[in-house]
Design a protein around this ligand. Sequence first.
Ligand code: UDX
Length: 442
Amino acid sequence: MKIAIIGAGYVGLVSGACFSEFGVEVTCVDKDEERIRGLRDGICPIYEPGLDNLICSNTVSGRLRFSVDLKSAVADADIVFIAVGTPSRRGDGYADLTFVYSAAAEIAEALDGYTVVVTKSTVPVGTGREIKRIVYEIADEDTIDVVSNPEFLREGAAINDFMHPDRVVIGAETERALMMLRELYRPLFLSDTPIVETDLETAELIKYAANTFLATKITFINEFADLCERIGANIQDVSKGIGLDGRIGGKFLHAGPGYGGSCFPKDTLALVKTAESANSPVRIVETVVDINEKRKINMAHKIIGACGGSVSEKTLAVLGLTFKPNTDDMRDSPSLAIIPELQAKGVANVRAYDPQGMKEAMNLFQNVEFCSGPYEAMVDADALIILTEWNEFRSLDIGRVRSLLRSPVIVDLRNIYDPINMKDAGFVYFSIGRAPILQPGS
Ligand code: UDX
């Protein structure tokens, strides 16, 4: 079987590399010539653990190719995936489908023989139907079927998520298309991965339902964390206490500074718009979007409170800038809201360090001093702020931290340290949903 993947971005590259690992012949197509040249030379344009090795080994074996030539890749393929970007449209929050629809038209013009066109990009409900309309204006109905096959992979764990998914969702309308997708996913069928076979609209909605549900779960626990701080309860024990209930489950119950990344913020917003347009508003998701936006700013104010009510003329050491660990992705990271708010409130210096995100962060922040390691960021800082839970921040040399900081204040927005240990080490330590443990006299 041969497949083409249009769009060599995050989802396209991970899917392409993993399908080729399954033994399928894959061509990843992108308009960006520099990106394709780099990929041919083994340069992976994104940071994702394990992806560069997978690309290398499958390129060497000849199963994975990269091209700017959509026409011949599509003509050769049995299945074509659309994995182009669907950014939030500026101003109104709707997903921008320009790239999806133009890819669909180009595919219809280029195909040679029966081809299944599959959307892997997260697209609003109704997009598959519109793609069908576009392609049937160009190609004969017997030569093309449209399928929705949403992707659920998480950045930082994408290869494992692709190879061992909780489920595969296939929205198809003909038996012929379904058979092709079943054949493609045969390695996963063999490992007993549940496959949900449904129609186009339902498959599209499943993806939004999953992401908005998870965003809601996080927002729920974040609000409970605030409540814990007020009443002197412990959010980690609350998460454990409810997560052990099989009906709730323990995952996605870590309180923090609010969700970010390339999916949750964009998808929650797009779902709100879809539901509004369908005259069936999903108020719970509207509220989640609102709470999460405000939460990031509230986090800046929490930091200001921890610094005695003012950050004016102060120096802050910030560890972690990406929206989560094991990625270089800065999209909608809480740091992008928190740091500018602190600067607006008069902070003199922000000294930041992130293991992978600094290259991108340099384009996004103003007046931030980027440091080469966590300890360098702490020199003479008035407080240490932990924004992202990278592993290397979990076991800092606490004595060294104490000696570098001008005052012993830590604000840990990911709860990676134990409040009692921090108090014993002489810190005034603030975290999320756990009452601050203050030093006597502080
Ligand atoms: C998410 C979905 O998990 C994935 O299925 C979908 O395909 C794409 O969107 P991703 O954005 O890579 O994946 O990251 P994820 O690990 O889900 O985290 C998203 C955000 O939620 C991060 O900002 C993270 O810090 C935050 N989060 C996650 C929490 O604050 N608490 C949690 O318990 C879990």
